[in-house]
Each structure stands twice: as structure tokens, then as C-alpha cells.
Ligand binder design. Structure first.
Ligand code: GDP
Ligand code: MG
Length: 168
């Protein structure tokens, strides 16, 4: 039986890989042209933390982030958040502070990870390792570098957050 169910919101600019990350983690697939399934608000996966079953519900957006109109309903009841930017998209990195502020506005202080996605494209990086680490420290968030494409570190993001929530 499930001891704990955690709603996790995943925010960041369009194109950074949020939907891909949810598909990867919950369905084990990666497709180049992911289209949101109409009517599906979230996908879930069950994992074990300290011998207890934890259900992780990952909430996706339908592209509203591009128009800055994510509704309050999206954030409601979230217990953890993921702030995603892309290694190859400078604007998405610059927007992380603002995403942190939005989550804080709606959810107060919840366990949060900053994800630098697309590290498989590190040769095309437009942010330095230093500035990423500095930002993570400043915002007091764990930093995890992922490649959804190569399936690197994706599970660690949610294991870390579930463990944090489990300890609260
Ligand atoms: P969203 O707008 O944040 O939901 O981003 P999507 O999940 O739709 O992904 C945008 C594009 O980035 C898609 O073409 C994905 O296939 C691609 N993508 C996602 N993650 C990665 C990754 O880790 N590496 C690479 N190279 N491409 C990725
Ligand atoms: Mg998406």
C-alpha cells in the first residue's frame, strides 16, 4: 500500500525537455516529437524509499509556459518542484530565478531541484559549469545534470525529491 503520494511540478521555458523527462521517467521512452496526450494532466511512477512505497505524480504543462499562463491549479498541492533549463538555451537558464519565484509564490518553500538537461549536447553549451553551480547555491537548490535522451540522472532527480519529502 502507498504510504506517500507526492505531486511534483516541473517548470521551465518551452523546449527544455520537461515533457520528455516525464515520459522518460514514467514510461521509459524518448521520442523526438513528443505531443501531449490531450486530457492527461500527469503521469505517475511508484518507487520505494526506505522500504516504503511512494507514488510520484509528475504534472506536465501543455505549453502554457511559453505564454506565461500556467494556472494556479497546476501548482496546487505540489510538494516538490523541478526547475529545468537546457544546456543549449541561454534564455532558459536566465529564466530559472523567475521560475523559482513563481513556484515559491504558489507553493511556499518545497523541496526543489534545478535540472540542467541535455548534457549530451555539452559541446554546444551556452552556460558555464561555474555559473550554474553559483546559481544553484544562491537559490539554495540541489543541482542535477541530466540527459533525458541518454537516460542520464533522470531517476536521481525524483529519488532525491521523494527522499526529501519522505523526511519531512
Ligand atoms: P518541453 O517544452 O520543456 O516540454 O520540452 P520537450 O520535452 O517537448 O522537448 C523539446 C525538445 O528537446 C524535443 O525535441 C526533445 O526530443 C528534445 N530533448 C529533450 N530532452 C533532451 C535531451 O536530454 N537531449 C537532447 N539532445 N534533446 C532533448
Ligand atoms: Mg512540454
Amino acid at each position: 500500500d502507498i504510504e506517500l503520494a507526492i505531486k511534483v511540478v516541473i517548470v521551465g521555458n518551452g523546449g527544455v525537455g520537461k515533457s520528455s523527462m516525464i515520459q522518460r521517467y514514467c514510461k521509459g521512452i524518448f521520442t523526438k516529437d513528443y505531443k501531449k496526450t490531450i486530457g492527461v494532466d500527469f503521469l505517475e511512477r511508484q518507487i520505494e524509499i526506505d522500504g516504503e512505497d511512494v507514488r510520484i505524480m509528475l504534472w506536465d504543462t501543455a505549453g502554457q509556459e511559453e505564454f506565461d499562463c500556467i494556472t494556479k491549479a497546476y501548482y496546487r498541492g505540489a510538494q516538490a518542484s523541478v526547475l529545468v533549463f537546457s544546456t543549449t538555451d541561454r534564455a532558459s537558464f536566465d529564466a530559472i530565478k523567475e521560475w523559482k519565484r513563481k513556484v515559491e509564490n504558489e507553493c511556499n518553500e518545497i523541496p526543489t531541484v534545478i535540472v540542467q538537461n541535455k548534457i549530451d549536447l555539452i559541446e554546444q553549451a551556452v552556460v558555464s559549469a561555474d555559473e550554474v553551480e553559483t546559481l544553484a547555491k544562491m537559490l539554495n537548490c540541489r543541482l542535477i545534470r541530466t540527459s533525458v535522451k541518454e537516460d542520464i540522472n533522470v531517476a536521481s532527480v525524483f529519488r532525491y525529491l521523494a527522499t526529501k519529502c519522505h523526511q519531512l
